[in-house]
Design a protein around this ligand. Structure first.
Ligand code: PMV
Length: 389
């Protein structure tokens, strides 16, 4: 699963090994690292992989960073570095994982095979004898429809970066590459949660063509107009808590067998470029229109896959229809988007905030609507934070 990693990442991994070999990196039982990472919501979605091993997406994607919905992670060393010449590739301990919800209650304590392989892939080249105990906590309500894999993998990689003190070894550009590329290999959308700057409000994940082939991807912030800052509101509206029948990793693969994916991909690059420009120029209506269009396009692909991944359920469709009529009637600066779950994300400018909240209050009071929960995001610290400051 993690056999194929980008060459530039291998170079950075061997620099870590040199650092250890020269006696400049010591890891002892109990040493720890910490990071917290924001989640993100894609406006142009990543759906479908060109290369499963290298985790290369079929299209460029672009997201809004959700600084108020974060995962905090601490990694603690189990074992220790052995003296030079006595290194061994046998790990005396195994990796461990525990996840808490925002109330501090443990909701998971079994480590997945995928995470074990992921940790091994990062550590093996230079720290084969140590294992990690990973403790994570999601600071957003469980089941609120925020993908915890994006903030989760970014915070995990960040905590390992803090443990290894990569700031002392790599320059800022290298740190950025090491973190975003490792996070991407854990979960594609996690790469957009691994940014180091607090002004990284909009982030793009792009495929880089080399001799006509895509072997590389980059993750960068998008230049945005200053009027976006402190002018955005975001809510997650949870309409359906039934567990997903199709996971996003299955869904990426299934998207290959529907012709609608070809239709979606044929125009996506143009939408992507137009969206980038609209973000730079603060053109809210274009951002709204393209975001809704791509959400529909991705869900059309999902619904026509075999088997179908149906996240656009009846309560979701009804909600969207009410929201859009209300928005259009009142000419408001707000739009919806939907990821791989039956929970709608609403994004608005401040001048539409109170109208959207009235709409949500009224919707909750509607007789025939399913019970819903609403979570409001506070856009704070839109970056990965390394260490406890
Ligand atoms: O990162 P993954 O493999 O869980 O895929 C995420 C896919 C979407 O959330 C639906 C879209 C996106 O770009 O985040």
């Amino acid at each position: 699963m993690f056999d194929s990693i980008p060459d530039a990442l291998k170079v950075l991994q061997s620099r870590l090994k040199e650092h250890r070999d020269s006696g400049n990196m010591e890891l002892q039982n109990g040493d720890h690292g910490y990071a917290s990472s924001p989640s993100n919501i894609a406006l142009i979605k990543y759906w479908g992989k060109e290369d499963k091993l290298l985790q290369i997406p079929l299209n460029n994607s672009l997201s809004l960073t959700l600084g108020g919905f974060r995962t905090h992670t601490q990694v603690r060393v189990l074992g220790r570095f052995l003296p030079h010449g006595h290194e061994t590739s046998a790990r005396p301990f195994s990796h461990k994982f525990a996840l808490k919800n925002e109330d501090g209650i443990e909701i998971e304590n079994i480590i997945s095979d995928k995470m074990i392989k992921f940790l091994d892939a990062i550590l093996f080249p230079f720290a084969p004898e140590i294992s990690l105990s990973v403790q994570s906590q999601n600071f957003f309500p469980t089941g609120c429809g925020i993908a915890s894999s994006a903030s989760g993998y970014a915070a995990l990689v960040g905590a390992i970066a803090d443990l290894l003190q990569i700031k002392r070894i790599f320059n800022r550009e290298e740190q950025h590459y090491w973190i975003t590329q490792w996070a991407r290999l854990g979960s594609g959308s996690a790469t957009r949660s691994g940014m180091l700057g607090d002004d990284d409000l909009f982030v793009c994940w792009e495929r880089i063509l080399e001799n006509g082939e895509v072997k590389l991807t980059t993750t960068e912030k998008i230049k945005h107009h200053p009027l976006w800052d402190r002018n955005l509101c975001h809510w997650v509206v949870v309409l359906d808590k039934t567990p997903k029948e199709v996971s996003s990793s299955q869904g990426h693969l299934l998207s290959k067998n529907t012709p609608l994916q070809i239709v979606r991909l044929a125009q996506i690059q143009q939408s992507y470029q137009t969206l980038k420009k609209a973000i730079e120029e603060f053109n809210f209506s274009v951002v709204a229109q393209l975001s809704e269009q791509d959400a529909f396009a991705m869900h059309a692909v999902m619904q026509s896959s075999q088997p179908a991944a149906r996240y656009l359920t009846t309560p979701v469709a009804q909600f969207i229809s009410h929201f859009v009529s209300f928005r259009n009637r009142n000419n408001l600066n707000c739009f919806w988007t939907l990821d791989a779950g039956p929970n709608v994300h609403l994004v608005a400018l401040k001048n539409a905030e109170s109208s959207v909240e009235h709409f949500l209050d009224d919707y909750m009071g509607l007789e025939n609507s399913a019970p819903i929960n609403i979570y409001k995001n506070k856009f704070q610290q839109n970056c990965l934070l390394l260490g406890r400051s």
